[in-house]
Design a protein around this ligand. Structure first.
Ligand SMILES: NC(=O)c1ccc[n+]([C@@H]2O[C@H](COP(=O)([O-])OP(=O)(O)OC[C@H]3O[C@@H](n4cnc5c(N)ncnc54)[C@H](OP(=O)(O)O)[C@@H]3O)[C@@H](O)[C@H]2O)c1
Length: 222
């Protein structure tokens, strides 16, 4: 399948590597490909990472959105609406948008707060601005490596959540999650249920601090 990923951080890169391994064709989107390629300050600059992952193509957010049958939002929560606007409504319309972003506000230091919560969510803000896009919130409650390799922890017997208004889009995303190795995929309901998984982040951050690892998750027992 053609998949477009918006976001070049650890989440975008981790997903791109796994999707290519599963034989999908991936374009990774960034604001300015030339600028992203020229960056040398990080531990693993994009140009080096692309040499290590030659099947992944770097493009603009619009290139990634145009390419994807499924488009993945792996941008910083503060920039997600901007990134989607840059991708372009026409290129996103009628597509499934797998939204992993979290509405974290680090402006007052650690731990971050949520810039939207309780009566609204970032996923709903995205859905309202792009009414013809099928937004499906998932994977935002686990660290990047666990998103794509859930079986590395507790034999994969832990839970992931899914929220969205469109049943077919949720089925498509569930298929992708199954292909990563997820088994316990809990459909919470419509896109407003993304409030719950976004508001889970304060607990996740405290677990991370208490346990000293981000390789953690919850299993919902019934
Ligand atoms: N890290 C994790 O393990 C994890 C786990 C669960 C959920 N998440 C969520 O997944 C998302 C991605 O996280 P991450 O750690 O991989 O990367 P990140 O540093 O949060 O985001 C990097 C991406 O956001 C884009 N971006 C930042 N500000 C922007 C703006 N104003 N306008 C447009 N685009 C902007 C950057 O674009 P450029 O490429 O142009 O710089 C880059 O592609 C976040 O929402 C995060 O909360 C992360």
């Amino acid at each position: 399948m053609n998949i477009g990923i918006l976001g070049t951080g650890i989440v975008g890169r981790t997903l791109a590597m796994r999707l290519v391994e599963l034989s999908h064709a991936v374009i990774l989107g960034t604001r300015d490909p030339q600028k992203t390629l020229a960056e040398t300050a990080s531990d693993l600059p994009m140009h080096t990472w692309l040499q290590q992952n030659p099947k992944v193509i770097l493009g603009t957010f619009a290139d990634a959105a145009a390419h994807g049958e499924i488009v993945i939002n792996a941008t910083n929560g503060n920039g997600s609406l901007n990134a989607l606007r840059a991708a372009g409504e026409a290129k996103l319309n009628s597509k499934t948008l797998l939204d992993i972003s979290n509405p974290l506000d680090f402006s007052k230091g650690m731990p971050p707060t949520l810039f939207v919560s309780n009566t609204d969510s970032l996923a709903e803000q995205i859905q309202r601005e792009f009414p013809n896009v099928k937004v499906v919130k998932t994977l935002n409650t686990v660290t990047a490596s666990l998103m794509v390799h859930p079986r590395q922890l507790a034999n994969g017997t832990h839970s992931v959540f899914i929220s969205g208004n469109d049943a077919a889009a949720k089925a498509k995303v569930s298929d992708l999650l199954h292909s990563f190795g997820w088994e316990d995929i809990i459909d919470l309901g419509d896109i407003s249920t993304a409030r719950g998984v976004e508001m889970y982040l304060p607990i996740w951050l405290r677990l991370w601090g208490a346990l000293g690892t981000g390789l953690l998750n919850v299993r919902v027992v019934r």
